[in-house]
Design a protein around this ligand. Structure first.
Ligand SMILES: [Zn+2]
Length: 512
């Protein structure tokens, strides 16, 4: 058995379908580019049958991916499988991931199938998927509430029908590491053709055991782990990519396995998904939380000053956390700027580069010290920029202890410049009211979240603002950053409104 663990990332499928995590096409492409660049082996780009939007995003990721295998989910139905195959056509390497439940409770109540009928469906649908690609993954949904005997029969059937990866999902987050060890040990013992497929584990974090279960699966024979950045996903989320990858790296003495992940890109991927979705990870989140590398206790700090190894099991640099190095200033030229972006993991096309470079020069004029995090914030607002039919022309805000809080705002909406004056309960209220008055259709949305955070330290830090809107049940995030908090707020609100139409209409969801 190989020592390589295949990292299968489902941030764009299982992650994206959880509340508040919706992404538009451009955001998915940016995330997929990051995953591909950091060495993810398989990117599950979506569920092609779910909606036209999902189909298009699977297709676009398939077209874009340079190294990763691109995968689409498909239920055990020919139409789903055909749709997945169609979306994956442009991929260098495409994978169809089809699934059906194997647990008695799901078979009886949800699928209304006997075990024998389920086996027939598995045989038929896996063989059908193989007509389109040599790379077919089959998942036993709710595997961890399935009997060992039936799970082994189902898996053997799927492999005989041509499945090349067999995934064992802990769909409801119920299993303990001991259960996982037993499941995989049983499969190794009782599945005759076990060595004809790669075995995979897909964990959920309902009991906080996602990572522990993934490691147990690896120790018992799994060679693929399904996971998401920051552990986003249904309910309590999925196994976190960064936790499994760093556990394997840091504890190589116990776990002699490799992944292809360039771990220095973990922090950037984590921040990107936070900035796209507006969902920050908790400060004490393993690997990527704000405090994950902060040493507060005096004894620990004293030890750290003498030798970092006293209290640090991995370096912040190993996950790409730079210590906010002062990097660039207003005299930095194009070449140095491009090199710096490359070092941070961004390779931009010429137009995008010129746009970011111009904004960098503006920022360097306003802000003396430009840090790595500032540069990352500058690059990331290009999320959603392609669909802006609304742009900010100018704004003036009056606020303070005396008189009314007032804003004078000019926006360009669908090519036409409109101006308005508006009062409100505080400058943000006045500003948002003014924007709503100028943008048609905004009355159909409801503000759910307004969040501001400082990108770096200091009073001249850029403010990164997230605005979340509810548009007829679909949650939409807008993000922007600027040294002026109110300008960033206006841009984030505009960014969200510009996305409203493209993000509606999600029809089918799964819980694999
Ligand atoms: Zn799942």
């Amino acid at each position: 058995m190989s020592d390589k663990i295949v990292i299968f990332d489902t941030t764009l499928r299982d992650g994206e379908q959880s509340p508040g995590m919706s992404m538009n096409l451009e955001e998915k492409l940016l995330m997929a580019e990051t995953l591909d660049f950091m060495g993810v082996d398989v990117i599950e780009a979506g569920f092609a049958m779910a909606s036209n939007g999902d189909f298009e995003s699977v297709q676009a990721v398939a077209r874009q991916a340079k190294n990763a295998i691109v995968c689409s989910l498909a239920r055990a139905k020919p139409a789903d499988i055909e749709r997945a195959a169609e979306a994956l056509k442009p991929a260098k390497r495409g994978r169809i991931h089809t699934f059906i439940s194997t647990s008695p409770i799901h078979l009886q109540y949800q699928f209304k199938l006997t075990e024998e009928e389920a086996l027939a469906v598995i045989k038929e649908t896996v063989a059908f998927a193989r007509r389109f690609t040599d790379d077919v993954e089959w998942s036993a949904m709710d595997a961890t509430r399935t009997s060992h005997e039936f799970l082994a029969r189902a898996v053997e059937t799927a492999i005989s029908a041509g499945a090349t990866t067999i995934n064992i999902p802990d769909t409801v987050g119920f299993a303990t590491p001991m259960d996982i060890t037993e499941y995989f040990t049983n499969l190794r013992k009782n599945v005759q053709n076990f060595d004809k497929a790669i075995f995979s584990f897909h964990g959920h974090n309902d009991l906080g055991l996602g990572t522990a279960n993934a490691l147990a699966a690896i120790m018992a024979g799994a060679r693929q782990i399904e996971c998401t950045i920051n552990g986003i996903g249904e309910r309590a989320g999925n196994t976190a990519l960064e936790e499994v990858v760093m556990a394997l790296k840091v504890r190589k003495d116990r776990l002699r396995f490799d992944t292809g992940i360039k771990t220095e890109h973990i922090t950037r991927a984590s921040r990107l998904i936070q900035s796209i979705t507006g969902q920050a990870v908790q400060v004490n989140k393993a690997i990527v939380g704000a405090n994950a590398f902060a040493h507060e206790s005096g004894i620990h700090q004293d030890g750290m000053l003498k030798h970092a190894g006293t209290y640090e099991i991995m370096t912040p640099e190993s996950v790409g956390l730079t210590r906010s190095n002062l990097v660039m200033g207003k005299h930095s030229g194009r070449h140095a700027f491009r090199e710096k972006l490359k070092e941070l993991g961004f390779e931009l096309g010429d137009n995008a580069f010129e746009d970011v470079f111009a904004r960098f020069k503006d920022l360097a004029d306003k802000k003396k010290d430009v840090y790595d995090d500032d540069l990352i914030a500058l690059v990331e607002p290009r999320v959603g920029s392609g669909e802006k039919a609304i742009s900010l022309v100018s704004m003036q805000v009056a606020c303070g202890t005396e008189g009314a809080q007032k804003v004078t705002l000019a926006l360009q909406v669908e090519g036409e410049t409109k101006t308005i004056e508006m009062e409100g309960n505080g400058p943000v209220d006045a500003l948002f009211k003014a924007i709503r008055a100028l943008v048609p259709g905004s009355e159909d949305t409801q503000l759910k979240l307004y969040q501001v955070h400082a990108v770096t330290q200091g009073t001249d830090a850029q403010a990164e603002v997230t605005v979340r809107l509810d548009a007829a049940g679909t949650l939409i995030n807008g993000n922007a950053s600027d040294v002026d908090t109110l300008v960033a707020s206006a841009l984030a609100y505009i960014n969200a409104l510009a996305k409203v139409d493209t993000l509606r209409n999600k029809e089918v969801k799964t819980i694999c």
